[in-house]
Design a protein around this ligand. Structure first.
Ligand code: ADP
Length: 325
């Protein structure tokens, strides 16, 4: 069920993207970000899913200048992630190598080139041109083997072209494919560097003093299992009042706070905890996915928000984001 709903969500998101493209509503945002650092983070977040499938995910960063650029960070990451996820989907043994390089161009701009090379099923030569067209999926048998919308690469190509770039592919059937694309970003005026750390890959979560606050036993079991896979042993409180008490006695680094609970709800508990503790990271947990609920959670002092049923990958992304250093 989870897989089907994820697939459906991807298809819906792809179609929404396409709708925006077709109606001319696509705009590039102007974020200031460090592309090499963002790609390093993306690779780190994905390591786990690759190793679960028994695949390697290697990376190779060449000529990185650690510079900030101005551009649409989210679309840049969406494109890279999409090609990386295809590589994962169409590879059953071996793995994927990401090569990232940068070069300074005229007019104060940075050209970023990314190659994503897999050891997967490959693409027949006569199909290479058509895979960037919408709704194209190559079927190698009567039975549909791979999920997808056939829109991902078409959307990626449009986004890449919008970012002054291009994408190409080279592939050999049964031995693997290499997707290569480049984009060009103007350099940011502000170059105060966000230095990449050498030990980006190794995060020891086992020292995180963690509390789960939830009145639902199943939720607790699921979250405890997710956390123990990452080396985190968490305490449990069954409502906000108990959580408040426990948080006064223990020095927690991280609290997972369900919103709807008897006695004292997650918002009130967070407000109370924040009166004396500004440092602990609090993630709200709720089935409510509306922007209102998320905004209210942030305004009570929560640092982030997980929607139920949550995904392990989302949890990992949040942990990585908040505890990477
Ligand atoms: P989908 O949602 O089907 O993955 P895409 O537009 O992302 O849609 O890809 C279109 C088709 O291109 C895929 O269905 C697949 O047949 C082929 N393809 C894309 N990436 C790879 C890859 N790394 N290895 C083999 N085939 C690929």
């Amino acid at each position: 069920m989870e897989m089907s709903s994820n697939n459906l969500l991807t298809i819906v998101n792809d179609i929404l993207d396409f709708e925006k493209i077709e109606s001319g509503k696509i705009e590039l945002s102007k974020d200031i970000f460090n592309p090499s650092l963002k790609i390093k983070e993306l690779i780190n977040v994905n390591q786990h899913i690759f190793s679960q499938k028994g695949l390697f995910l290697n990376s190779n960063f060449k000529n990185t200048k650690n510079l900030n650029v101005v551009g649409d960070e989210s679309k840049f990451l969406q494109v890279t992630n999409n090609i990386l996820k295809n590589a994962l989907k169409f590879t059953d043994s071996g793995g994927v190598t990401v090569t990232y390089s940068e070069s300074l161009e005229e007019n104060n701009s940075l050209k970023v080139t990314i190659s994503i090379k897999d050891t997967g099923i490959g693409i027949p030569k006569d199909k290479l041109d058509s895979i960037f067209e919408r709704f194209t999926q190559i079927e190698n048998s009567i039975k549909k083997q791979y999920e997808g919308s056939g829109l991902g690469l078409a959307i990626s190509k449009i986004f890449i072209n919008l970012m002054d770039g291009d994408i190409s592919v080279d592939s050999k059937l049964n031995s693997g494919s290499e997707f290569q694309f480049h984009v060009v970003f103007p350099l940011a005026q502000n170059q105060t560097s966000i230095k990449p750390s050498d030990n980006d890959n190794i995060i020891d979560y086992s020292k995180l003093n963690t509390l789960i606050v939830d009145d639902n036993k199943v939720n607790i079991i699921v979250l405890k299992k997710f956390l123990s896979d990452l080396g985190i042993l968490a305490d449990v409180a069954h409502n906000g009042k108990v959580a408040l008490d426990m948080s006064r006695k223990n020095d927690y680094h991280l609290i997972f706070m369900d919103i709807h609970m008897p006695e004292m709800d997650g918002w009130e508990a967070t407000r109370e905890i924040r009166k004396n503790n500004k440092d602990v990271i609090i993630f709200g947990i709720s089935a409510n996915v509306t922007t209102d609920a998320i905004n209210q959670s942030v305004s009570t002092g929560m640092d982030n928000y997980l929607t139920k049923p949550f995904k392990k990958s989302h949890l990992q992304q949040l942990l990585y984001y908040h505890f990477k250093r």
